[in-house]
Ligand binder design. Structure first.
Ligand code: S3P
Length: 418
């Protein structure tokens, strides 16, 4: 149990860790490319460490020096490896597509939580390309047998960057052309990086087409992760003023700013620039009186990981907020609809569970209380922000899981874990 005290004011300037999605992709794509690349400001959270471990097992050479990685791709992928993906959904899903394209056999597995997450959503579209993938009743462990792939046209029922990326990573090794279409555009880091590495790729609205391509290594300068910055941005909105530096503001990721606009949160994007093919900015957020909002399915993909935090902000906003079309939250590191509802209610808020979202009745003040992380990093960090903003603070059980995406989260909050 970690004590988290309430604070009257929260102010400061923050440098946040590198973007998790971009770091995963930079490691995997360079690990299979021709040449050697340097990745700077990489996130070395547990999920990306899992990706490094798997890519090394497959034959890539990766040297780590703090947050700088040197990756040398391998043309010969090791056969018969067992790839431990830890807790990381992005690792297992992207690598399922990647490995399927390399015509090798492999077994991908992970921890208890990862083993509960759906894998058919990746196996099925990949089987359209001819991949031979067996799941364990729809879950990990996932077994891949070598099979030459042929391009196919895949339509996803659910928007998912992980599934889209798995198809694209298989598609670059398949014969001919592969297309993937999703209902709402999800994060597009894979598309951007593949293009930068010389892939023959076209984007047309929500449809991406890729042809068989050889990739050349590219250096990647990773921007700070807007999903990690979001906690400090929320603290600015609730309790004072925060400046988050050099944050990636790719439009497929910044639904949180759309939520801020609707909530009435005062923020500014300063020093906007392009860095490594991604737009970045310093984000200044100031304490704001917030009012209730409505979000629906089309809003969800660009703020999928921030929705627990947005729901928390709604708990402090005036009026009744409604978030729907977010059923995907049920299959994240925890059932984030259930765990968010419990978190908000345990600190004195009023949040009701819907099959695909929440209704949140806002209150000016929440008393605080005892909460659990459910071993879900995003719930742990949302809980810490929530407790700081309450009247009495409280205790957070099992806070260490933040290390999945944000190893020094509590240091940045000036909280020493005991
Ligand atoms: C991610 C995509 C999202 C997100 C996850 C990271 C990625 O998952 O929730 O944290 O890097 O592609 P889905 O694609 O399953 O929505």
């Amino acid at each position: 149990m970690q004590r988290i005290d309430a604070r009257g004011v929260f102010e400061g300037e923050f440098s946040l860790p590198g973007d998790k999605s971009i770091t995963h992709r930079a490691i995997i794509l360079n690990g299979g490319a021709d040449g050697e690349a340097t990745i700077t400001n990489a996130l070395m959270g547990e999920d990306c460490v899992s990706t490094c471990r798997c890519m090394r097992a497959l034959g890539a050479k990766i040297d780590v020096d703090g947050t700088t990685l040197r990756v040398k791709g391998t043309p010969h992928f090791r056969r018969g490896t067992k790839l431990n993906c830890g807790n990381s959904g992005t690792t297992i899903r992207l690598l399922t597509g990647f490995v399927a394209g390399k015509q090798i056999d492999a077994e991908l597995y992970g921890d208890e939580s990862l083993s509960l997450r759906p894998m058919k959503r990746v196996a099925e579209p990949l089987s359209k390309l001819g991949a031979n993938i067996t799941t364990t009743e729809g879950h990990a462990p996932v077994l891949i047998s070598p099979q030459p792939l042929k391009g196919a046209d895949v339509t996803l029922q659910i928007s998912s960057a992980q599934v889209k990326s798995a198809v694209l990573l298989a598609g670059i090794s398949a014969e001919g052309e592969t297309s993937v279409t999703e209902p709402v555009k999800s994060r597009d880091h894979t598309e951007r990086m593949l293009s930068a590495m010389g892939a023959d790729l076209q984007v047309n609205g929500n449809r991406v087409t890729v042809k068989h391509s050889d990739l050349r290594a590219v250096d990647v300068c990773v921007p700070s992760d807007v999903s990690s910055a979001a906690y400090f941005m929320a603290l600015g909105a609730l309790k004072g003023k925060t400046l988050c530096k050099n944050v990636g503001i790719n439009v497929t990721r910044t639904g949180i700013l759309k939520a801020f606009d609707r909530l009435g949160v005062q923020y500014q994007l300063l020093n906007r620039r392009i860095s490594g093919g991604e737009e970045t900015a310093d984000i200044l957020v100031e304490k704001s009186a917030m009012h209730a909002i409505s979000l629906q399915a089309e809003d969800v993909p660009s703020m999928i990981d921030e929705l627990p935090l947005v729901a928390l902000l709604c708990a402090f906003a005036e009026g009744e907020s409604r978030i729907i079309g977010a059923k995907e939250l049920r299959v994240k590191e925890s059932d984030r609809i259930k765990t968010t509802v419990e978190l908000i209610n345990n600190i004195g808020g009023d949040c009701e569970e819907l099959p695909d979202g929440f209704v949140i009745r806002g209150r000016k003040k929440l008393r605080g209380g005892n909460v659990d992380s459910y071993l879900d990093h995003r719930i742990a960090m949302t809980a810490a922000v929530g407790l700081i903003a309450t009247e009495n603070g409280g205790n957070l059980a099992r806070p260490e899981c933040c290390a999945i995406s944000f190893p020094d989260f509590f240091d940045k909050l000036d909280i020493r874990l005991y």
